[in-house]
Design a protein around this ligand. Structure first.
Ligand SMILES: [Zn+2]
Length: 70
């Protein structure tokens, strides 16, 4: 199986590096949600446009936004 973002070998949806970034995003969302009322999509948008976001996390956020149809 290939990573949904890059073409590296993936364990599940993502390769090791994108998986790590994805977990960070999910983890951070919990504290964001507690601090302010922000939706998952708004949160992903914030990550994607934040110039300080690492490129791995940014790629994951963009990928999630593209596939988020809920
Ligand atoms: Zn990847």
């Amino acid at each position: 199986m290939k990573c949904r973002i890059c073409n590296r070998e993936a364990l599940e949806k993502y390769c090791e590096l994108h998986e790590k970034a994805y977990r960070n995003i999910v983890q951070k969302y919990d504290s964001w949600k507690r601090a302010m009322d922000v939706s998952w999509k708004e949160y992903l948008n914030e990550i994607a446009k934040n110039p300080y976001t690492g490129s791995w996390a940014k790629e994951v956020a963009e990928q999630l936004l593209k596939n988020e149809d809920r």
